[in-house]
Design a protein around this ligand. Structure first.
Ligand code: SAH
Length: 225
């Protein structure tokens, strides 16, 4: 598993302001219960302000979801940290699938911790912007695809972990079939107002499903936008 060995090109020269803001955010996340040092270290270094519109950059280090256009949002840092922690807890995933690239922030966090991330987004415009950010940050271990992520990415399966960042009404069967035998899937499930973050692993007699927390995500939609 790798964390940043060198300062990211975009993290250099930003001055202390955004580093201090990130340090404060990380302190807040630790106080809220995020315990995995590897995750906290990545959030301390990754410039979240580059994943939102310039007009919102000053709010990038508050622990809030923010609009990214097309009616979508960049997830709250606490949720990004929690979901990442949940997939790292059981073994060390090497290859991870993310459904719902959005801004690319969750994907960039994962790419800083595992060997390879595959990410699928249904809105082409968001995917294009996210790809530019990955290039700018030198994140070379990300494969991305414009498609309906409910179908997963069969050619790239199996995955050691799958993170879904939009809420479906139930777990997607296609995604479960793309999980490695010891793999773990983390996804928000349920209708707006009643969503639960669940973690799923294969047990001896079927899937083990854990309820983690109440959450609020944008809906997982069908088709491509
Ligand atoms: N992980 C993102 C969160 C973005 S919000 C981030 O860190 O910014 C969820 C994203 O899921 C949106 O961009 C939305 O367009 C996308 N989405 C919704 N349904 C989808 C589907 N079926 N396939 C792929 N992406 C989907």
């Amino acid at each position: 598993m790798t964390t940043f060995q060198r300062p990211l090109p975009e993290a250099r020269g930003l001055g202390m302001t955004s580093q201090r803001a990130r340090d404060r955010l990380v302190e807040r996340l630790a106080a809220k219960g995020i315990a995995d040092r590897r995750v906290l270290d990545v959030l301390r270094q990754l410039p979240r302000h580059l994943f939102v519109d310039e007009a919102l950059a000053t709010r990038a280090y508050e622990d809030d979801a923010l609009p990214i256009g097309q009616g979508q949002t960049i997830s709250q840092p606490y949720i990004v940290a929690r979901m990442t922690e949940l997939v790292l807890e059981h073994g060390r995933p090497r290859r991870v699938l993310e459904v719902g690239t959005g801004s690319g922030y969750q994907c960039a966090v994962l790419a800083s911790l595992v060997e390879q991330v595959c990410t699928v987004e249904r809105i082409e415009e968001l995917l294009r912007t996210a790809r530019r950010r990955f290039r700018k940050l030198g994140l070379a271990n990300i494969r991305s695809r414009h498609d309906d992520g409910r179908l997963g990415w069969p050619d790239q399966a199996p995955f050691d972990a799958i993170i879904v960042t939009a809420a479906g009404t139930d777990l997607e069967e296609a995604l479960l079939t793309q999980l490695a035998p010891t793999g773990v899937l983390v996804a928000p499930v349920g209708p707006s107002g009643l969503q639960r973050l669940v973690r799923v692993r294969a047990g001896e007699d079927g899937w083990i499903r854990e309820m983690i927390a109440e959450v609020s995500f944008v809906p997982l939609l069908g088709g491509v936008g």
